[in-house]
Design a protein around this ligand. Structure first.
Ligand SMILES: NC(=O)c1ccc[n+]([C@@H]2O[C@H](COP(=O)([O-])OP(=O)(O)OC[C@H]3O[C@@H](n4cnc5c(N)ncnc54)[C@H](O)[C@@H]3O)[C@@H](O)[C@H]2O)c1
Length: 371
């Protein structure tokens, strides 16, 4: 198959959808890989590394879309790319159709086959192409929180690890899923005193078994949260209710219970945030202060560490890319239910219920697309 990897042009997107290691694997199977010039530059991969692995560099984005049977990307296509996508072309990327009506209509019109990273789903209902980004964001939450706890950054002036003779800082993590677990590991590693709250007792049991002694698990409820925020130096928001907005576990009124200079890192900001006062910020201007509480609410945290994020993402996507390239999308999706769940829009038909519901469109029978 002929694969094309364009340079990401969405504002502040520095990741690339394929590494030289991925190119090498695809070329081994006899596939042709075109990479747009400088596509990997911001993630630390030079064109020469792609060429050495067997790829061909193309100057322009137009050439990449024109030559490729399958496009592998990171972010959803933006308006200037809509017209470049061809009928029957396979596009494998994050789409998040339910948050963009123009994108949905443009992809229907294109007649392309749109396979969305975010809806590829395993039998246990986990989302293998979202997990790596949650792992990055969870670990980053502590790094960013520790930074903004410094006095010059408007924080309390607390060193999370403490020093001999001085107690370590207190970290409260709301939600013990992927983000929460990774945040807890990082905070515990720094020597902080960590509390993880979740509504799932089973999850808390698992965490209690695997976490070190400086991590305590507590059931998430209003009473326990109110008590914990009085003491916390850093609060990480990491809850998720699939398909719904995040619940406001810390309301505006509750900020008064927190000590001045406390930092909240609301990772769940992309689902509305679990702290009522959270609103999305960017890496250029990541924090704001309300009631003397420092809020960090960057909606694309992994974007700040593109080298790590690119490797984490491509580690997870490559096995699927190989299946699609080796078998073509119809056979790959027939033989692998996980991939089949990623099909959102196929040859002008919406085949994913969440997308049809979001924009009041007719849901077509997915099986009809395989005939
Ligand atoms: N800002 C970013 O850059 C970024 C990056 C990656 C992920 N995220 C977001 O982070 C959030 C968490 O993602 P995840 O992968 O860890 O999800 P996850 O499903 O693995 O974990 C969510 C956890 O929240 C728990 N939960 C639900 N309601 C709760 C409540 N009332 N109190 C306490 N816990 C509760 C669930 O039981 C679950 O264990 C999501 O909104 C995700 O989109 C943001």
């Amino acid at each position: 198959m002929i694969l094309g990897v364009p340079k990401e042009i969405k504002n502040n997107e520095n990741r690339v959808a394929m590494t030289p290691a991925g190119v090498m694997e695809l070329v081994k199977f006899g596939h042709t890989v075109y990479i747009q010039k400088d596509a990997g530059f911001n993630s630390g991969f030079a064109d020469a590394e792609f060429t050495a692995a067997g790829a061909t560099i193309l100057e322009t984005i137009e050439e990449v879309y024109e030559k490729a049977e399958m496009i592998v990307k990171v972010k959803e296509p933006i308006a200037s790319e809509y017209g470049l996508i061809k009928k029957d072309q396979l596009v494998f990327t994050y789409f998040h159709f339910a948050s963009s009506e123009p994108l949905t209509h443009a992809m229907i019109k294109s007649g392309a086959v749109c396979l969305a990273y975010e809806t590829v789903e395993k039998v246990d209902r986990s989302l293998p192409l979202l997990i790596p980004m949650s792992e990055v964001a969870g670990r980053m939450a502590i790094q960013e929180g520790a930074k903004y706890l410094e006095k010059p950054q408007k924080g309390k002036g607390v060193l999370l690890g403490g020093v001999p003779g001085v107690p370590s800082g207190k970290v409260l993590i709301l939600g013990g899923g992927i983000v929460g677990t990774q945040a807890a590991k990082m905070a515990a590693g720094l020597g902080a005193r960590v509390v993880i709250m979740d509504i799932s007792l089973n999850r808390l049991r698992q965490l209690s078994d695997i976490m070190p002694a400086n991590v305590t698990t507590i059931l998430s409820n209003e009473y326990n949260i109110k008590e914990a925020i009085k003491e916390a130096d850093l609060v990480v928001g990491a809850v998720l209710i699939p398909g719904a907005k995040a619940p406001h576990l810390i309301t505006r009124d509750m900020l008064k219970l927190m000590k001045p200079g406390t930092v909240v890192v609301d990772v769940a900001v992309d689902q509305g945030g679990c702290i009522e006062t959270c609103k999305p910020t960017t890496h250029e201007d990541p924090v704001f202060v309300i009631d003397e509480v420092v809020h960090y609410c960057v909606a694309n945290m992994p974007g700040a560490v593109p080298y790590t994020s690119t490797l984490a993402l491509t580690n997870a996507t490559l096995p699927y890319v190989l299946q699609l390239a080796n078998k073509g999308w119809k056979r790959a999706c027939t033989e692998n239910e996980e991939l089949k769940k990623g099909l959102n829009v196929v040859n002008g038909a919406v085949v994913y219920k969440g997308v049809a519901d979001a924009w009041n469109l007719t849901l077509s029978e997915l099986e009809d697309q395989f005939i």
